[in-house]
Design a protein around this ligand. Structure first.
Ligand code: ZN
Length: 303
């Protein structure tokens, strides 16, 4: 079997999407592995940040960028690939993200031809081994196996409808980094993650399919909570501030009554802002406002 430079693996297990990129480098036996979130990655491409042009060249020819940083560790983009395919494809994706232009399956087909993409992929579904209970312990048997999805002769939408709850794995074999980002785009579009929006908390873009999705699944940029994803961080910080408020409000009511009105006005103002827009900034303001130090200096004071 021929060797591919990259393998993109996108799996959904217990509703969680995980992307893995394996990059086989010349002269090495084990590939470099990158883990990524499929719905975030295209929105984190280097092209999405402003300063991606080569600074020292005025020629249009040298537009583009040599290194892709979206996968966490830098990946070098081949010079010719970058100029003809990678950069223009990244540009196209950026345009669709920023302007919320939905890419259809038909357009995906055109993009594939235009960027000379060799699409080589397979889908496998996770099935529980029906003999597992009977044979476990007696034989070396795995509880789950991945079975290739046969779709040549039937309706792929129907199969997905039937297998909605199952875990699955997509495997794309790619020769170039252009094919890698196309593979991720292909996965998103065919699985209906075809709209983009900004996360309510970190304000970065991501692809989504359900309209009730308000947060991306990146980790929050707030340092003390950086182990939590955006949605959970918002919940936790809000709860913390609510708890603080209860204690503060009681104490001011009992001991510094002259400050109560002022305190409640500000609490309401900052709390409402967080409710409307739970951005990093608004949460930080609310947390600062309810911090021990701030309250001590501004509200636990006599007339
Ligand atoms: Zn976010």
């Amino acid at each position: 079997m021929r060797d591919y430079k990259y393998i993109v693996e996108i799996s959904k297990e217990n509703k969680e999407l995980i992307g893995k990129l394996y990059n086989k480098k010349k002269g090495t036996s084990s590939p470099e592995t990158y883990t990524f979130c499929p719905t975030n990655l295209l929105c984190d491409l280097t092209i999405m940040s402003r300063n991606h042009y080569f600074k020292n060249d005025k020629n249009l020819q040298n537009m583009g960028y040599k290194t892709e940083y979206a996968f966490g560790k830098p990946i070098h983009i081949d010079k010719t690939e970058n100029f003809y395919y990678y950069y223009p494809l990244a540009e196209l994706i950026k345009d669709s993200i920023l302007n919320d232009k939905k890419i259809t399956i038909e357009e995906l087909e055109k993009i594939k031809l235009f960027f000379n993409i060799n699409l080589n992929y397979s889908i496998t579904l996770r099935e529980r081994n029906p003999f597992y209970d009977k044979l476990k312990g007696k034989k070396n048997i795995k509880e789950f196996t991945y079975i290739p999805l046969e779709y040549g002769h039937c309706n792929i939408d129907k199969i997905f409808e039937d297998n909605k709850t199952k875990s699955y794995k997509y495997l794309y074999k790619c020769d170039t980094l252009t094919e890698v980002i196309f593979a991720i785009l292909h996965y998103l579009i065919t699985n209906k993650y075809n709209r983009t929006r900004k996360c309510n908390h970190c304000e970065k873009f991501y692809f989504y399919k359900h309209s009730n999705s308000n947060y991306c699944n990146r980790k929050t940029p707030i340092k003390t909570y950086s182990h939590l994803n955006c949605e959970q961080a918002v919940k936790d910080i809000k709860q913390l501030c609510e708890r603080r408020n209860k204690i503060i409000d009681e104490k001011i009511d009992m001991e510094y009554y002259h400050n109560l009105k002022k305190y409640r006005t500000y609490w309401k103002k900052y709390r409402e802002k967080v409710e409307e827009n739970p951005t990093v900034e608004n949460l930080k303001i609310l947390a600062h406002f309810t911090s021990k130090k701030y309250i001590k200096e501004h509200y636990f004071i006599d007339e």
